[in-house]
Design a protein around this ligand. Structure first.
Ligand SMILES: Cc1ncc(COP(=O)(O)O)c(C=O)c1O
Length: 425
């Protein structure tokens, strides 16, 4: 691990404006591993012409410990959010031993890294081959469903194994969230209350453990949304008339995005859940949560370059087809930003709201923000966008030929070089 800039004798490989073949081949350039955080001067010297995702696994180790301490049940990490091996290792280091997986590739990835970890296959509609391989080859026992045909599929593919843990995914009514989430998670998946109660009754004879799960929607700002969802789940359990062993309160825990609208600390969410569980007499049930964003957002940033400016619209070298998927479209997250001027300039002006446009020719590749930046942003400056450890790099494509990145990993000594090499293998 080195603190030195990777320029050495061949100054041009990263800082040149003419991109090398390595930079142009998608995700091919090796990550730079640094032992301390990078500052503006470092970025100026590095002079990157392509986007620079910066991973901070050490942040994650601390976050995982904090989350585990605050939550009264078991914390699962939702791997889809960021499956980078370095971050999975950090998660493990932080004490997370259970993983929410959504595909057979994620099952293989987690089981390959941590054979002892417990994986929960939480995609409600799975390929039959994926169920079979997960059960037979990887020891997965926990599966979610939200309609009866999926139960038939799971029973068929596992030969109705006696050790199944079945979860019924409950849809949370829209008025429960009160619009206070970035994306509603109960439109595509989830059974309505009567149907969920019926599914619980249907599953009970076929499983060793029976669970009820929900997801309030991602980037939820209000702890009361969880309290109402737990109350909703309690009603369904009562209506089902069967004994339920596990309550899974899903993900949705928010990342800190806008300083103007701070989110409550994680303890307010976990306390609201613990209180609701007590109030509705569900405290004998095993309690799980499946956290994505709330754990991993803090572990990633992205440094982009400004290629053009028209008033408040900044044209960047990365966008919604790259590492900024959730900044675009209907999600439109206003990530926190920091300007890195190409040369140091004195500035006494104000901070202003900006919009971003990505590098592709697609007109939907735009991000409304508002992204708050000093008014003197110039072409050639860089912008560091924070809280991008979740749903950032994982959605990157090479659409229009813009997929190349130069990844930087900042890792002190919390994970040994040996572990890192194993993670990168
Ligand atoms: C089933 C399930 N659980 C958990 C998560 C993680 O959600 P979040 O990132 O909001 O914590 C997701 C995200 O897609 C999900 O689909």
């Amino acid at each position: 691990m080195t603190d030195d800039l990777p320029l050495g004798g061949q100054e041009a490989s990263i800082c040149s404006f003419s991109l090398s073949d390595d930079q142009l081949s998608f995700q091919k350039s090796a990550p730079l591993c640094l032992a301390k955080d990078i500052d503006d001067a470092y970025v100026r010297k590095l002079n990157p012409a392509i986007p620079v995702p910066v991973l901070k696994p050490d942040n994650l180790v601390e976050k995982a410990k904090e989350f585990k301490k605050a939550f009264t049940g078991h914390v699962l990490y939702a791997v889809k959010c960021n499956p980078d091996k370095i971050l999975l290792q950090a998660m493990y280091k932080g004490g997370v031993r259970r993983f929410d997986v959504a595909s057979i590739s994620e099952v293989r990835l987690v089981k390959g890294l941590f054979p002892q970890a417990k994986t929960y296959f939480m995609h409600p509609i799975k390929a039959p081959e994926a169920i079979r391989e997960a059960y037979v080859n990887h020891g997965v026992r926990a599966f979610v469903l939200d309609y009866a045909d999926e139960l038939d599929k799971i029973l068929h593919e596992t030969n109705a194994a006696p050790d199944l843990e079945l979860f019924v995914r409950l849809a949370i009514p829209k008025d429960n969230a009160g619009g206070d989430v970035a994306t509603d998670f109960s439109s595509k998946f989830g059974a309505k209350p009567d149907h969920a109660a019926e599914l619980l009754r249907l599953c009970r004879p076929y499983c060793k453990k029976l669970g009820l799960s929900f997801h309030v929607g991602t980037q939820c700002h209000d702890p009361a949304v969880y309290s109402k969802a737990v109350a909703h789940a309690a009603k369904v359990i009562e209506e089902s008339g069967v004994s339920v062993d596990v309550l899974d309160v899903g993900g949705g825990f928010p990342a800190e995005l806008e300083t103007a609208h701070p989110v409550p600390p994680v303890t307010q969410f976990t306390q609201a859940i613990a209180h609701a569980v007590q109030t509705h007499k569900l405290d004998k049930l095993e309690l799980l949560c499946e956290v994505g964003r709330g754990l991993v957002a803090c572990a990633g940033s992205l440094i982009v370059r400004v290629e053009g400016r028209k008033d408040d619209l900044l044209y960047l070298n990365d966008g919604t087809y790259g590492g900024l998927f959730e900044a675009g479209g209907s999600i439109g997250l206003p990530y926190p930003t920091h300007l890195i001027r190409r040369e140091e300039r004195t500035f006494e002006g104000s901070i202003k709201p900006f919009r971003f446009a990505g590098p592709t020719c697609d007109s939907v590749d735009m991000m409304k923000g508002p992204f708050m930046l000093p008014a003197d942003v110039q072409v050639g400056d860089w912008i560091r966008i924070d809280q991008l450890g979740a749903y950032g790099e994982v959605s990157r494509t090479d659409f229009n030929g813009f997929g190349s990145v130069q990844k930087i990993i900042i890792q002190k000594d919390s994970i040994s070089r040996k572990e890192r090499q194993a993670a990168e293998a």
